[in-house]
Design a protein. Structure first.
Length: 247
């Protein structure tokens, strides 16, 4: 892969606290530099601890919530109150606890049909981009599956679609779903891309993604190569067990 930084932590709790610190610092810096902070959030279990910490002191009080804009890296096409909704995760863990303006929460409308949902989310990104060719988010937070997928970019999907958002029909771990996903076109324009990856079941594929042959068709996480920004991997000891050169 291209240049990246790795950090290993003893467990998920330590990783979550470090991620909360890092994201809060990046938010503060972005507001000083540009007057706002934008982040595309990741769903799934790994970032749960980060979102819980963000909603509590000291992180809650240090975050510039009024200048923060929330997006999502991917979303299932389900209503926002469905248990599979990535938005619902944030609506329960974070939003009730922080003073973020409702207009700063840019959710993908999973209750719409796929084409309509993709069109709507693309339009939200276009409005946020303020005329730039591609929206430049401050942070894109990502996870990685045991098959090497990230966001809802799965093995065998188009490697470099020109669209900002694509619709996806996927079956992962026996969970069939229609989804939409940001594409590398947007993700790779971010100022900072941060992967949170945990668990021994992903150790082998992580080593392939980082140090194996470039196979973006089969290992979608390899498609993430920021054009100008930083790429950081935050790992627990279980997933990093096959990696020696790491801090």
């Amino acid at each position: 892969m291209s240049d990246f930084t790795l950090h290993r932590f003893a467990d998920v709790a330590a990783l979550s606290e470090a991620a909360a610190h890092l994201l809060t610092e990046l938010a503060q810096e972005a507001v000083v530099e540009n007057g706002r902070f934008s982040i595309a959030l990741s769903g799934g279990g790994t970032p749960t601890g980060v979102y819980q910490l963000w909603g509590q002191p000291p992180f809650r009080d240090a975050m510039p919530w009024h200048q923060t804009h929330l997006f999502w890296g991917d979303e299932r096409l389900v209503p926002p109150d469905d248990e599979g909704s990535n938005y619902r995760q944030i609506a329960e863990l974070l939003l009730p606890h922080v003073p973020i303006p409702s207009e700063n929460v840019h959710r993908a409308k999973g209750e719409l049909a796929m084409i309509a949902a993709v069109t709507d989310y693309t339009q939200q990104l276009k409005e946020f981009a303020r005329g730039t060719a591609v929206p430049v988010l401050d942070v894109v937070l990502l996870g990685m599956g045991s098959d090497g997928h990230t966001a809802s970019l799965f093995p065998g999907s188009p490697v470099d679609p020109p669209e900002w958002v694509i619709g996806v029909t996927a079956d992962y771990d026996g969970r069939p779903a229609q989804r939409l996903s940001l594409t590398p076109t947007v993700i790779n324009q971010a100022r900072h891309v941060i992967f949170l990856v945990t668990g021994a079941s992903k150790a082998a594929v992580l080593q392939k993604v980082l140090y194996g042959a470039y196979q973006p068709d089969q290992l979608p996480a390899q498609r993430i190569r920021p054009s100008h920004g930083t790429l950081t991997w935050l790992l627990d000891t279980a997933v990093a067990q096959n990696i020696n050169q790491i801090t």
